[in-house]
Design a protein around this ligand. Sequence first.
Ligand code: CP
Ligand code: NVA
Length: 333
Amino acid sequence: GVSSKVPHFATLYDLNPAQINTLVKTAIRYKNEVKVQGKKPTHLLPGSSVALLFSKRSTRTRVATETASNLLGAKAMYLASTDIQLGVNESLQDTTRVLSSMVDCIVARVNSHQEIEDLVKYSSVPVINALSDKFHPTQILADLMTLHETYTPQGKDPQSLNLQDTLGGRKVAWVGDGNNVLYSLMITLPKFGVDVGVSTPKGYDPRADIVQMAQGEAKKYNTKMDIVNSTAEAIKDSDVIVTDTWISMGQEEEKADRLRAFSGYQVTQKMIAEGGAKSDWKFLHCLPRKSEEVDDDVFYSNRSLVFPEAENRKWTIMAVLDALLVHKKFPEN
Ligand code: CP
Ligand code: NVA
């Protein structure tokens, strides 16, 4: 396509561990510079424009991208699909070619992942996947950052350690729907030596093509990728328990069926204790959250990392903008 030399961020599958380490450490550096030192590095992208092409709702991803853009001196433009010609009067190809002739980056939240691939094909500027039906890579960067901060030993600088140092040998358990957030975790965690246990209700299991990719990564990095039949089996010996909504955006009409099928999948203290998680287990959820998938006792407990995780969306997206627009590539250190 027109864009073969332009770097994109469609999926973490395409990045190596060194590149992901750089993104997370850059995010931690920006968090420190902005929050602790009070800096606003607006000199980095003055006059740049970032288009947010969103065909689904968003709180975190939108605000993270807009505020990160502001801090870097770039202007963000929110283009909801209901406000622009795309889908009604204009094709994705034409919209992409026009947008990318004017802006410096397209951040897109889409339905089918094919739309991200089409954007990558037709855009002359970097494209960032802000959620597709297959992957949510910017979310998983924030999850990795949050775990890296959490598991950095007292007195050590998280920027002096790699994700392999803080996460290697740990186990992450997923209890819930086979969805985009799970898929991104499955194809990313092996890169850092993390074992994965997955329990989904019958009929809501992870897609076969993703399982194949994830098992390939697990083999490559010598980790476990266990798709199991019970929530207890997934939770056994885990350090981190993760879930997400049972009803992703676009699945609203399946609500009744899903609530029935997911009975017994609500994450609770009892489920975690009976499953045999590590005694110092932690909990992650990308948000937005409903109490059906995790009760208040877990969600608001001191084991829950969900609010730092949400905040870290901002610092990690800032790091992605830094890579794509300042460095124009994903640096390895
Ligand atoms: N976690 C996440 O992507 O949230 P939003 O849908 O609010 O952006
Ligand atoms: N799985 C959810 C994630 C929302 C951030 C969805 O796709 O709606």
